[in-house]
Design a protein around this ligand. Structure first.
Ligand SMILES: NC(=O)c1ccc[n+]([C@@H]2O[C@H](COP(=O)([O-])OP(=O)(O)OC[C@H]3O[C@@H](n4cnc5c(N)ncnc54)[C@H](O)[C@@H]3O)[C@@H](O)[C@H]2O)c1
Ligand SMILES: *[C@@H]1O[C@H](CO)[C@@H](O)[C@H](O)[C@H]1NC(C)=O
Ligand SMILES: *[C@@H]1O[C@H](CO)[C@@H](O)[C@H](O)[C@H]1NC(C)=O
Length: 437
């Protein structure tokens, strides 16, 4: 696994939309007799260079440390070579293969789903803005992994309608697997607008383009167990109330579900929402507890163990990534065609929502003891009150609907899954350290 890191330098750079042509002004035959003409010439070149500089980096004057501006970067895309890569990546190799646009492809779930689709012969094109919500070098390493299996990730934003339109002009995607989002609950204190940008505005931009595409794709997208918010009735079933969000993240996911339902109702888009419950595994997300507990335990740093009121246990329905990948593919395979065309609905379209948990909530203290055993290090723990800024005490999925309709049958327990995560973690970070030294 650690060898994978050495391939990072081989990524071909994306041909730029604003690629400059050679200057037409430099020409040997011309001879300049008057120094005034020379001065005018060089001033002209100088001004031209300044203009080109500003055109090429329109974000160069924005402050990179201002979090609300992070997502406003401009990306280079377009051109014949770029289109060729897009087309080739999205082309199915197997006879009945589908062609899927995977948003958030450099993310944790997106990488695994893209690789699995490609492996079985489907066409896959990734889209990701590589934002710095967590270490972008991990996203780049996942990108390098996908590149080697023939998946191209377009670098761009889901709220960029012009880019999305272009992608649908170049490829008639049959499916969209929409995983790009601002995840995490605590980051809302730092950068609330990122949730609006990706989970609301970006979702609407994507659905707008899908609705106008011909043919319209079927869309499978990631919602979250967080929509159950402060509910105390367990296990959570799809029909339970979702009107008590405990975080801005949950509120935008809940709004996303309503937006999706609206596009289904008005435009005939086939839509399947997947409510994930704490997905974990190799290539996972550094902002999640199992990941930073591993890092901090190895460093000898103390880890925060949250406790609910009256010493209540905090527990999560941890779901292993391979189980999630399987069911994502099943959701794509059972998705019916959208029914609209030319932006108009022709008949009722499929609308589904599924819980995808593991049906066995595990107390966070158990998570820690499993990690201690696997890492052979005792954790330093600091018991803390569960803050009121997003995390809920308990998640527990009722998955009988997904079992019935998608054949979903999670088969990895936390012990087995964490063993695979830890093995990946140790080899990945020893590779990173070697590469750095
Ligand atoms: N992992 C979990 O436990 C979990 C739980 C519930 C829901 N989900 C949902 O599943 C989806 C995938 O989650 P993940 O764990 O892989 O997260 P992730 O953060 O690893 O992946 C999301 C990817 O989307 C990209 N992205 C974000 N905003 C974008 C934008 N505006 N334009 C283009 N790309 C953008 C990010 O760069 C990132 O690579 C998300 O919608 C998330 O909310 C995940
Ligand atoms: C999303 O894109 C639209 C244009 O398509 C723009 O007007 C809007 O400001 C963007 N929203 C966010 C939150 O980035
Ligand atoms: C689980 O959900 C199904 C509906 O999909 C429901 O019939 C069943 O009663 C639920 N089970 C529990 C234990 O809540």
């Amino acid at each position: 696994m650690s060898k994978q890191m050495s391939h990072l330098d081989n990524i071909p750079s994306t041909p730029g939309k604003f690629k400059m042509e050679k200057s037409p002004f430099v020409h040997n035959r011309l001879r300049w007799h008057s120094s005034l003409a020379k001065l005018a010439f060089w001033s002209f070149i100088f001004l031209g260079l300044i203009l080109i500089f500003f055109f090429r980096s329109p974000s160069s004057n924005s402050l990179p440390q201002d979090p609300s501006r992070r997502s406003l970067r401009t990306y280079n895309w377009g051109g014949p070579a770029w289109e060729k890569r897009v087309r080739s990546s999205a082309r199915a190799r197997s006879r009945n293969g589908i062609s899927v646009l995977v948003t958030g492809a450099a993310g944790f779930v997106g990488t695994h789903v893209s690789a699995a689709l490609k492996r079985r012969g489907d066409g896959v094109l990734g889209l990701d803005n590589f934002n710095d919500y967590y270490d972008p070098s991990l996203k780049r390493a996942r990108q390098a992994l996908l590149e080697r299996s023939g998946v191209f990730i377009v670098e761009g934003d889901i709220n960029d309608s012009a880019l999305l339109k272009k992608l649908f002009e170049v490829v008639a995607f049959s499916h969209v697997m929409h995983l790009a989002a601002q995840a995490g609950v605590r980051y809302a204190m730092e950068n609330p607008s990122s949730y609006v940008h990706s989970n609301i505005a970006g979702l609407v931009s994507l659905l707008e383009v899908c609705k106008s595409a011909n043919p319209q794709p079927a869309i499978v997208w990631a919602s979250s167990s967080s929509v159950y918010g402060l509910n105390t009735k367990v296990p959570f079933s799809e029909k339970d109330r979702t009107d008590q969000p405990a975080s801005l993240y949950a509120a935008t996911k809940k709004a996303g579900e309503e937006i999706a339902h609206t596009y289904n109702h008005i435009y005939g888009l086939s839509l399947t929402g997947l409510r994930f419950f704490t997905v974990y595994g190799p290539w996972g997300r550094p902002d999640m507890a199992y990941f930073f507990f591993t890092r901090d335990i190895l460093k000898g740093k103390s880890i925060p163990i949250f406790e609910a009121a009256n010493h209540g246990t905090v527990a999560r329905d941890f779901t292993y990534i391979d189980d999630i990948v399987k069911v994502c593919l099943a959701a794509l395979d059972t998705a019916e065609k959208s029914t609209g065309s030319g932006g108009k609905k022709k008949g009722p379209a499929q609308l589904r929502v599924y819980n995808l948990g593991n049906t066995s909530p595990v107390p966070v203290s158990d998570l820690v003891s499993i990690l201690e055993r696997l890492l052979k290090v005792n954790a330093k723990m600091e018991i803390m009150k569960l803050p009121r800024n997003g995390d809920v005490q308990f998640t527990h999925a009722n998955i009988s609907l997904a079992r019935r309709e998608l054949g979903y049958k999670p088969s990895t327990d936390l012990q087995t899954g964490l063993k695979k995560f830890v093995r990946w973690y140790l080899s990945y970070y020893s590779g990173v350290e070697k590469a750095a030294s």
